[in-house]
Design a protein around this ligand. Structure first.
Ligand code: DC
Length: 228
């Protein structure tokens, strides 16, 4: 049978990774959080004191970029030069850096190719910004997940607090999310946008379980009852 691809796109903090992870577990599909790859590159640049906005310097890092994806207890592990950086890429500094490097066409070309290779021949749930529009344009199920900026900032605040990584106020997080939304949707290459055939799902008032249920409904509606 042809593999089934589920693309989940949307702005920062809409719950894409949480959803993609839960869905992949429920369906027994492979899971790929593509944002982690842009984050790993940003971390590499930051560690080398390279300004993530400096296109030429960032492009120079690409030939030696060593990013590998593996899985531990069903969770994605990202290795940068062999080091597990899954937690280290979650800081606000790396978030902003990832937004910068993801606007560089050469970076996207390299990482998109890696993502397509990982997805080939696998049933996969992939989350990012351009999955339905660019990475997997033929994905059978496309979901555009969103939520209000305030709800997303609240979720981010709670997540960072829980992990002991909170260094910003709620208002600062609102500003940062607005900036990243703007950067991600206004860059010239693969800006964040809903694919014409993606189903829009606003999760502002939905719990995690309710969101999963809604997505399962969408998958069934698309005729993929057999994979559930
Ligand atoms: O989903 P995230 O917050 O981990 O993504 C980090 C940054 O990478 C975000 O600013 C947008 C960018 N990104 C992208 O441009 N394309 C993707 N497929 C995934 C993430």
């Amino acid at each position: 049978m042809k593999s089934v691809q589920i693309a989940i796109d949307g702005p920062s903090g809409a719950g894409k990774s949480t959803m993609a992870k839960l869905l992949s577990k429920r369906l027994g599909f492979m899971y790929l959080d593509t944002g982690a790859m842009y984050r790993a590159l940003a971390l590499k640049a930051i560690r080398m004191n390279i300004d993530t906005k400096d296109r030429e310097k960032v492009i120079e890092l690409l030939p030696s970029l060593d990013i590998k994806i593996s899985y531990k207890d069903g969770n994605q592990v990202i290795l940068l030069d062999g080091e597990d950086v899954s937690e280290k890429i979650r800081t606000e500094q790396v978030s902003m850096g990832a937004s910068d490097v993801s606007a560089i066409p050469e970076v996207r070309e390299k990482l998109v190719k890696m993502q397509q290779e990982i997805a080939s021949d696998n049933n996969v749930v992939m989350d990012g910004r351009d999955i339905g529009t660019h990475v997997l344009p033929n994905a059978q199920v496309k979901i555009f997940l969103t939520a209000s900026v305030y709800e997303r900032a609240k979720r981010r605040y709670n997540e960072l607090k829980e992990k002991g990584l909170l260094t910003k106020t709620y208002d600062e997080l609102v500003k940062e999310i607005e900036t990243r939304d703007y950067n991600d949707s206004h860059r010239s290459v693969s800006p964040l946008r809903r694919a014409d055939d993606a189903v829009l799902l606003d999760t502002s008032k939905l719990s995690i379980e309710e969101t999963v249920d809604e997505i399962i409904k969408i998958i069934k509606m698309k005729g993929f009852d057999n994979v559930i």
